[in-house]
Design a protein around this ligand. Structure first.
Ligand SMILES: Cc1cc2nc3c(=O)[nH]c(=O)nc-3n(C[C@H](O)[C@H](O)[C@H](O)COP(=O)(O)OP(=O)(O)OC[C@H]3O[C@@H](n4cnc5c(N)ncnc54)[C@H](O)[C@@H]3O)c2cc1C
Length: 516
């Protein structure tokens, strides 16, 4: 029996540097366009910041925990002729999350408008009217910012200029905290309505109020958890890529993108191997792509000086830990909890502007074992506590090799107020500091989410999806348009799907004869 496959040729070969979720989604889109795709990643498993580390029966999902806008994944799978639901199970989380303040007050966020109004009333009845206005603000920003821009190519200045009148009408020049201040008076509510950009590396005091659209996203499409963690999404993506005839190689670090006469020719790896392809997609951080992988190529726009002057998202201190025999304990602590520290704006200023590691902190506490039994041994819990901290590019960066232990102790003291006695149950643990982000993901300045999503670093102003520097080079992932967050990086692959031509048709050849 004969089987037939498109001839293997350099012409229809595409290389994707990085198996982050943006890189894997790009590989799927290219596979659907007929390319023979090779994905290269330095790590030992797929998913990049969305990968996991398993230890002593605990699976520590290292990054994203909140899955919103599930249609983004359904659409990606459909573009590859498959159904997302056949590969990944999403479970709605309700309530979405809780925010707790040091004065004992608790805000429970959900998709139910009446329940949300009651939450707001609890804090300040006079703020209900402003909250309802904020919901409208959020929906209008969703229509312009998400539907109108997120999955659209933005590398032509005209595309950005076109939306300026709507941006002006929506006061996109105002920060999201500025918008929250205009709508509600209670300081805690101002925080509850404006903190979301922190999940994609933005300072609420400085990122555009367009990010208020997240409130609408959550309300309209829910907050979900991927069973098996985001690792399960990454692994499912790899299976699709393999079925399309592509490969994902781990332990493969790209050293340089090879360029001849201004066009990409392939890549060289740190072990000396050379792979050829006329189409290269970099899912490595845009800063690393231009500063390191194209270090021998003269740049017009993304020079080292410009990258250095860019504002980078904050760093993250993340403590992943297991607790033994605690199932059923701390019943008031749900899947997602935000522990708001004593300061909001002052802390943001320390992290983003001054680059100072403060003694106080706000934490995001993740407890996936409440939803997903596969993350922890029977009877145990798996957690992570995340603290936003300065990135390493500020003057006098934190020396984490020295500071990590004492900072961990400070995090533990804050956690003791919410999960008293947890330290007596500690089993496995892993800590990632900005130095680990720098070394593990090759993230410039050890930042958690690449270039900060400020208005003048977004859309056309961000490194483009189609490289400004090299023909045949494309970018996907957090450092390019539309930006960080899983929906963002998966949408960057959709943009590539529009920009990259279909693979050249190759003759179809017989592969083997079963009788031989
Ligand atoms: C702790 C944390 C929590 C988060 N929570 C959420 C959340 O709840 N919801 C949400 O939507 N988003 C969240 N995010 C953001 C989201 O995870 C990221 O924005 C997104 O996963 C980044 O994907 P990416 O495609 O840019 O690639 P990355 O994840 O950055 O992956 C890039 C890959 O490229 C590889 N690489 C880099 N350079 C090279 C090279 N030279 N050679 C070979 N390989 C290379 C790296 O090893 C890495 O695997 C979170 C992020 C973090 C860190």
């Amino acid at each position: 029996m004969l089987t037939y496959r498109a001839a293997e040729s350099v012409e229809n070969h595409a290389i994707v540097i990085g198996a982050g979720l943006g890189g894997l989604a790009s590989a799927m889109r290219l596979g659907a366009k007929g390319y023979r795709v090779t994905v290269l990643d330095k790590l030992d498993r797929a998913g990049g910041r969305g990968s996991s580390i398993s230890k002593g029966g605990h699976r520590f999902d290292l990054g994203p925990t909140i899955i919103t806008v599930p249609q983004v994944y359904r659409e990606l799978w459909a573009a590859c002729g498959r159904r997302f639901e056949d590969d990944v199970t999403l479970k709605p989380v309700d309530p979405f999350y809780e925010i707790r303040w040091t004065d004992g007050s608790v805000f429970r966020a959900s998709g139910d408008t009446d329940a949300m109004v009651e939450e707001v009333r609890k804090f300040n009845p006079a703020d209900v009217k402003g909250y309802l206005k904020f919901l409208k603000d959020s929906q209008r920003r969703y229509i312009v910012g998400f539907e109108g821009m997120v999955a659209k190519p933005m590398h032509k200045l005209w595309e950005t200029i076109k939306v300026l009148p709507q941006f002006a009408m929506l006061r996109a020049d105002r920060s999201i905290l500025g918008l929250a201040r205009a709508r509600v008076k209670d300081e805690r509510l101002r925080m509850a309505l404006s903190f979301h950009p922190l999940f994609i590396g933005g300072d609420p005091m400085n990122v555009t109020s367009m990010y208020a659209l997240v409130a609408y996203l959550e309300k309209e499409f829910g907050v979900h958890y991927a069973m098996g963690g985001v690792q399960a999404i990454a692994d499912a993506m790899v299976r699709v890529i393999n079925e399309q005839g592509g490969t994902v190689q781990h332990g493969a670090q790209v050293d340089e993108i090879l360029v001849r006469d201004g066009a990409a020719q392939g890549v060289s790896l740190t072990d000396g191997q050379v792979l050829s392809a006329p189409l290269v997609v970099s899912n490595a951080d845009a800063g690393h792509t231009y500063d390191h992988l194209l270090r021998n190529h003269r740049k017009r726009r993304w020079t080292p000086g410009r990258l250095k002057r860019s504002r980078w998202s904050m760093g993250l201190f993340v403590w992943y830990f297991g607790t033994k025999g605690t199932k059923g304990k701390w019943q008031d602590v749900g899947h997602h909890t935000i522990l708001s520290g004593p300061r909001y704006e002052g802390l943001l200023r320390d992290i983003f502007i001054k680059g100072k590691l403060a003694d106080d902190m706000s934490l995001y506490l993740h407890r996936p074992s409440l939803t997903d039994p596969s993350v922890a041994p029977d009877g145990d819990d798996t957690w992570y506590a995340l603290s936003p901290v300065p990135h390493l590019g500020h003057a006098n960066p934190v020396d984490w090799a020295k500071e990590a232990d004492s900072y961990r102790a400070k995090v533990a003291a804050v956690l003791e107020r919410t999960i008293p006695g947890f330290q007596a149950h500690l089993s496995e643990e892993v800590i990632l500091t900005p130095e680990d982000f720098r070394d593990r993901y090759l993230s410039p300045n050890g930042s958690g989410f690449s270039i900060e999503p400020r208005i003048l670093q977004s859309a056309w102003f961000r490194p483009h999806n189609v490289s400004e520097e090299v023909k045949g080079l494309f970018l996907s992932g957090a450092g390019t348009h539309p930006g960080a967050g899983v929906p963002g990086v998966v949408s960057s692959a959709k943009v590539l799907g529009e920009l990259v031509p279909d693979a050249p048709e190759m003759p179809v050849l017989p592969q083997r004869m079963a009788a031989e």
